[in-house]
Design a protein around this ligand. Sequence first.
Ligand code: MEV
Length: 362
Amino acid sequence: MITVRAPGKLFIAGEYAVVEPGNPSVLIAVDRYVRVDLTPSVGKGSIHSEQYGRQPVVWYRDSNGIVVDHDMQPVDYILSSIATVEQLVSELGVTPRFYDLTVSSELDDVSGRKFGLGSSAAVTVATIGALNEFYDLELTRLERYKLAMLATIAVSPRASGGDLAASTFGGWIAYSAPDRGHAMTLRDERGVIGALRSDWDGLSVRRLAPPSALRLMVGWTGSPASTSRLVDNLQGRRWTDEVHYADFLARSRHHVEALITALDEDDAEGVKTAIRGARRTLGALDSAAKLGIETPALARLSDTAEAIGAAAKSSGAGGGDCGVVFVDVDADVSALLREWELSDIRHLALSVHPAEGGLDER
Ligand code: MEV
């Protein structure tokens, strides 16, 4: 049996703007995992995923009618991962074989609620990892990220893939998404092998060092967001054509670049300033586009953190889920934790899943 685990992720800054190719973001991988077990089989393959099976498929309406929330359908991502690797295997002239996959996830808690840690991405990365071992493909991390991205955009063409990069590379990363249309064209024109071997417009990934004088705390406010709904709302209103959107992208870039510089220089105050700037930038987008990114609970999470001299913001799509806090390592956080308890904000005792090896290593 082959077992591969892939970590969940959290956005530190640059969410939403990262959907546009070439716009920077910062993410971390966290020590909560999706595990895929692969056993060879004969004649047919199967996918077992009890946790996901229990979850309902969520749908909603937009201006074009009923839309199914792809965040809630990891089986689509597993099937797309299998199809993408199978295409690669056939291009390489390797004989395809059958296998049974069993998925288990720590990214949902016992009652099945999601923490917004990117379970669709982690399941994609773990499936690609298991098939890489099964077929002895010896793919580098960058190639596995690219395969995961091709599999993901076949299901969700707007996804930035920041979660895939965090899950594949681990640790702290600076990430700009590729032009997904270009990536799909590469696959159509040159096959999966050709796409893996080509440079992707807009894609950039670099490891970052964590700030040594700051502790990262994560709070969860419940009521998980539907990422595709929030992103579709943003794009459905043609925000991309409006001046506000260009302004949002420029401001986001400014604060994320300041964050990256502060991390490179291990400048704790610079990190806090950039996090506050990123919070204000999302806030301006939120009030103009009425997305509901920073819910009252997320605002409370950040405001209570500010009250003890920390800097904080929502993480990822928002509308609930997690907020991230940067607090001085020697600060007393007991008052903050009490405030959170009173406000039903759950402190998630997460650590960063460490980075292992180079991006171009196997
Ligand atoms: C969702 O976790 C983050 C967004 O930036 C969407 C994406 O990156 O695909 C809102």
